[in-house]
Design a protein around this ligand. Structure first.
Ligand code: C5J
Length: 221
């Protein structure tokens, strides 16, 4: 049965049976000191505010029986899925694949690659490992969503303007309705968070909708 969600630029009605929650890259490598985010010069404490809203939506989605999908950005230990353009750019304190306090930076299977304990996937919840910023590129996400009849995505995670935005843009072009949960997303650069959300709702919702985590939880009750 369709349920209303209060959102910008307009409220919408979603069929929960055809809706998935996708939590983008809430990994130690982005949220904790010593990981990929910090090697790039970011203040990683800025992302912590998104954890409790993500958890509230995660709990509500699980209770409502929604499909919950987690994503992780990272690379194979041999870096065969990491293009030179990504490995070489910038001047990080440690490059992707280098050893760090949470293991090799942004490498699958290392402690830093794991999702933060508060949002740890439960057995049976799909975890999409992605080498890029978008969750559709070089992953099985598209076929998974098609097989489950999903048409609407509730999206949260980090960072708003990078992996959340790239995934929403990819999803929008594939025909998914995306509802981005503003306070359950975060950026190292607060003005980019705000701009990223504004870009989604501008022009009548050019990439989708933006709602609060509270509005999502209310819809899931
Ligand atoms: C970044 C991400 N910012 N998950 N990754 O490199 O947003």
């Amino acid at each position: 049965m369709p349920v209303p969600i209060e959102a910008e630029p307009a409220s919408l009605s979603v069929d929960l049976a055809a809706t998935a929650l996708i939590i983008i890259d809430m990994q130690r490598d982005f949220l904790e000191p010593g990981g990929f985010g910090e090697t790039l010069g970011n203040d990683v404490s800025r992302l912590a505010a998104a954890v409790p809203p993500c958890r509230a939506v995660l709990d509500a989605a699980r209770a409502a029986g929604l499909l919950v999908i987690h994503t992780r950005e990272g690379h194979r230990p041999d870096l065969s899925d990491a293009p030179p353009a990504k490995l070489e750019r910038g001047a990080p304190t440690a490059r992707i694949g280098a050893p760090g306090p949470m293991g090799r930076i942004l490498i699958r299977g290392e402690p830093g690659h794991a999702i933060v304990p508060a949002l740890a996937p439960r057995p049976g919840e799909p975890v999409i490992d992605k080498p890029g910023k978008g969750a559709f590129y070089a992953t099985g996400l598209g076929p998974l969503l098609s097989a489950r009849g999903i048409t609407t995505l509730m999206v949260c995670g980090v960072t708003t303007e990078v992996c959340v935005h790239t995934t929403v843009r990819e999803a929008n072009d594939r025909g998914y309705r995306c509802v981005v949960l503003a306070d359950a997303c975060a950026s190292y650069i607060p003005e980019f968070h705000e701009a990223g959300l504004a870009m989604i709702t501008a022009q009548g919702g050019i990439f989708g909708w933006v709602a609060s985590s509270a509005a999502a939880v209310a819809a899931l009750r």
